[in-house]
Design a binder for this molecule. Structure first.
Ligand SMILES: [Zn+2]
Length: 374
């Protein structure tokens, strides 16, 4: 890992500044991508941007910024994007600053102030190294500065055609992946959260431990079609198995559910009826658990735990305890009330409800050994 400190004047960075929207923001004679294509939106408000200009006018230092060398005399801003954009946008007439109660766009500034901005030195560390070195180091850098998400960090290292294509699908507010999955999967595409979820899912599906491993293996691919197809499969599978949409479907880990259960077959009309029935069952306290419960209940005897089933309240338990004279019906021994637990005589899965007549008290030992608890 090579890190080279450099001071570069604002006037040199402003040289050739172009804002191409989705296609990126460039400066420094086109040698610097301040914001690469499909990256995060500018999130400073004008108050923060104005504060940057005032810092410069006072001649105070801004924090060091970091650029990554991505090619021969080509760079990307890793840290300092928002500060750099604040200055560039001021020089592009995007907002005024207030001096002595008066508003000044850049072109109305007195010469000395204008020159103070143009001649101001940005302190920049330019770093160069292999991908894992960069990633390790960026994580440390990222502790200060404008926080990047883990996936933004990975994106700054594993650049290439694969990444550009992946971002096209996953990384804009109105991207196709967001449109497809919005009712199911949460995550801000701008902050690369949707891309991260898709990557996590495909890694899990292929038995790959770490997202960086996948990105390293695919960074030179000409497109990200595999990832995009996988993501579409996940959503279409969810729509197919549970044809009627419920709002509590949103935010579940659908990639995980797909990976774990998509090779089983399910009858979607049975699923529909069951989802509706479970939503109406007052004993089900966690409706978000309904979907996985239905996917695994036929082979997981403890599937009921996913539903956070209503437990007996103290009054029901005390009534059962006194009816049993404190005797556990399984082992026949006597216990104190607080050594026993409420249990459904007829399990919930067989139609038993959390009602007083269905309550019995078991000692903790016997209750723990019970297999048809749900
Ligand atoms: Zn017992």
């Amino acid at each position: 890992m090579k890190i080279e400190p450099k001071s570069i004047k604002v006037r040199d960075i402003f040289e050739g500044y172009t804002d191409n929207g989705d296609d990126g923001v460039f400066a420094y004679g086109s040698k610097l991508a301040i914001r690469p294509a499909y990256q995060r939106e500018f999130v400073y408000d004008t108050e923060q941007a104005e504060a940057v200009i005032h810092t410069i006018l006072k001649g105070f230092p801004l924090n060091v910024m970091y650029w990554v060398k991505v090619g021969n005399d080509q760079y990307e801003v890793l840290d300092g994007q928002q500060r750099t954009l604040s200055v560039m946008q001021y020089l592009q007439h995007k907002f005024p600053i207030t001096l002595d109660d008066k508003k000044y766009y850049w072109d109305a500034l007195p010469d000395d102030k204008y020159n103070a901005i143009m001649n101001y030195d940005f302190m920049i560390y330019i770093c160069e190294g292999n991908e894992s070195e960069k990633l390790d180091w960026f994580k440390v850098v990222n502790i200060a500065g404008e926080k990047l998400t883990d996936q933004e960090l990975r994106n700054s290292v594993y650049t290439g055609e694969w990444l550009s294509d992946a971002k096209r699908y996953f990384s804009k507010r109105n991207c196709v992946a967001k449109g497809l999955s919005d009712r199911y999967i949460t995550g801000d595409p701008n902050r690369q959260e949707l891309l991260e979820k898709a990557l996590k899912g495909i890694c899990d599906n292929q038995g790959i431990k770490d997202i960086t491993e996948y990105m390293a293996a695919h960074k030179s691919d000409s497109d990200a079609d595999e990832l995009w197809q996988y993501f579409q499969d996940v959503i279409r599978w969810a729509e197919k198995i549970f044809p009627k949409y419920y709002s509590d479907m949103k935010g579940l880990d659908w990639c995980h559910l797909y990976n774990k259960y998509h090779s089983n077959s399910y009858n979607s009309s049975v699923m529909n009826t069951e989802v509706k029935r479970l939503h109406e069952d007052e004993d089900v306290q966690k409706t978000k658990g309904i979907y996985e419960y239905l996917l695994c209940k036929d082979f997981d005897p403890f599937a009921g735990r996913l539903l956070n089933l209503r437990a007996f309240d103290k009054r029901d338990k005390l009534a059962a305890y006194s009816k049993q004279d404190g005797i556990c019906p399984i082992c026949g021994q006597h216990f104190e009330f607080n050594e026993m637990e409420g249990d459904h005589i007829k399990p919930w899965s067989k139609g038993g409800h959390t009602t007083p007549d269905n309550c019995q008290m078991l000692c903790k030992d016997c209750n723990g050994k019970k297999t048809d608890k749900y």
